[in-house]
Write a protein that binds this ligand. Sequence first.
Ligand code: IMP
Length: 336
Amino acid sequence: MIKFVDVIYGLSWGDEGKGKIANALAEKYDYVCRWNGGPNAGHTVYLNDKKYKTHMIPSGIFKGKKCIIGPGCVVNVKKFFEEIEYLKASGFDTSLVKVSPNAHIITEEHIQFDVNNLKKGLGTTGQGIAPCYADKMLRKGIRAKDLFPSEYLWDGKLEGKVLCEGAQSVWLDIDHGCYPFVTSSTTMPYGACSLGFSPQKIRRLIGVAKIYDTKSGVDPLFPESLWDDETLNKIITIGEEFGSTTGRKRMVNWLNVDKLMESIKISGCTDLVINKCDILQAVGTFKLKFENKLVEFSSLYEMQRFLDDVIRDNTDIVNIQFSGHKENVATPEMAQ
Ligand code: IMP
């Protein structure tokens, strides 16, 4: 029987550092599951000063947890097995990784269509995501059960404490994001129920944001003129804001607090983690956008106090935690 489910997900435009938070919390759970997306995601985790990157396999693998790739995910088989080999060679137990028989397979044709028709205009990652989901909806897709070896196929069971790890984020959601500059899956945490449990099982909704906003790829909220700002460029360099799947330089903007509170509300966030505060500290400029005005603070502490007050006053959030880039900030109240 499932005891409870906690969901970690992005509140912004992806790249919030969800992988790090999931890795810090994974110890306390029996399963770590992905419910959406595919190799468009990139999760970076630091363990004993070593950097690990995964695109498909949940970060629970680093803590020896059962890792599930759910029916709502799309899988590139070649990349999946490359990732398995990379993790095996690094000493992790890859027999814990299982793929839902109903997950859809990304083909070479999907990738070619994406690269030739979508990558430039929409700024996709070129991984074949949209064409694969399109074939799924047309009901002509190929599924994991059609070609995966049986030892990798999931039996559909979940037990005990379950952590679900979102890919991308609220503003990239197919229904809630700035369409068409979105991804093709449900990134909203309710999408986690596609793994096969009732919404009543969800205990906590752990939303992750950064103390500044970033976007990989095209979006009207991130105009080209942002490249001209010297301080924002410093954030890119110090914050290593380069796509972990594409290597592209991300667009950076000051945190839009109104957008953040909107995503907290529509997704039902109970626990908020605001990440990468140490990057702003290193840059030494503390600004955010609130009610369409740019507000500047004299210190990080002052900015954090403002955020804590305004978010608590305007949302139903229960817990707010500020975190840094590389150190693993476990959030003790969250995982018990
Ligand atoms: P697609 O998911 O490759 O179709 O890309 C659609 C949009 O989502 C593009 O703007 C991508 O940059 C963005 N995107 C997809 N995956 C990620 C991610 O993991 N982090 C940040 N942006 C992403």
